[in-house]
Write a protein that binds this ligand. Structure first.
Ligand code: ATP
Ligand code: MG
Length: 202
């Protein structure tokens, strides 16, 4: 056999073995239920990931709720786009970063008001996907009662999917989650002086 046919035969055998393993894994995954997904880490892509999943779910006509904590701006590309789509309820619930507001009591009151909206969604099975964007910061600053938040997540409707984003997800949140992705910060254009770009960063 010349080199190419032998290479092709080895490739086919390797792919057959791989297919058997993948098919067996797919056959073993039979459970249907709502997932708690946590996207954390210092790299860019946490909210982007959540909004990508939002697009995917809306493609199936699912109903979704989005709570954007921390952020106060309502002129983002994501809101301009998803706000026009059928089936999404969008809430901007922040009033800026804690170093902008510089007022702990105000931050706690804002966090609590935001959490009231999120808690309502987590208690309503008609929301098939709930995105809690940047929720982690409200927990790491101690603005919300962590046990109350974990309890609401754990006791949500069984088929409801939830995505929590933000840096520094707690061990308890990671433990509760089904899927956790930690995005690493290898490089970010910001550090070379590039300002946030429309359509890319906001
Ligand atoms: P994105 O919304 O772009 O997916 P993110 O949700 O992962 O980012 P956030 O902390 O919410 O991260 O980022 C909000 C803004 O900060 C975005 O404009 C993003 O590009 C920028 N950003 C994200 N990660 C970094 C980083 N490591 N260094 C500097 N800026 C960052
Ligand atoms: Mg984000």
């Amino acid at each position: 056999m010349s080199a190419e046919p032998a290479k092709n035969a080895r490739h086919a055998a390797r792919m057959a073995r791989k297919k058997a393993v993948i098919d067996a894994t797919i056959a073993a995954a039979t459970i249907e239920r709502g997932l708690l997904i946590v996207v954390t880490g210092n790299g860019k892509g946490k909210s982007t990931s959540a909004f990508g999943t939002l697009a995917r779910s809306l493609g199936y006509g699912m109903k979704a709720g989005v709570c954007q904590f921390i952020k106060s701006r309502t002129d983002t590309g994501e809101e301009a786009f998803f706000g026009k789509q059928h089936g999404v309820e969008w809430h901007v619930l922040g009033d800026g970063f804690t170093w902008d507001t510089q007022n702990r009591e105000q931050d706690i009151a804002t966090a609590q008001r935001g959490w009231d909206v999120a808690r309502r969604m987590l208690g309503d099975a008609s929301y098939q996907l709930v995105i809690l964007d940047e929720l982690t910061y409200l927990l790491s600053y101690g603005y919300l009662d962590a046990d109350e938040v974990l309890d609401a997540l754990a006791n949500r409707p069984p088929m409801q999917h939830v995505i929590v984003t933000g840096r520094g997800a707690s061990e308890a949140l990671i433990e509760l989650a089904d899927t956790v992705s930690v995005i690493a910060d290898e490089k970010h254009a910001y550090r070379t002086g590039v300002k946030a770009q429309r359509g890319i960063d906001l």
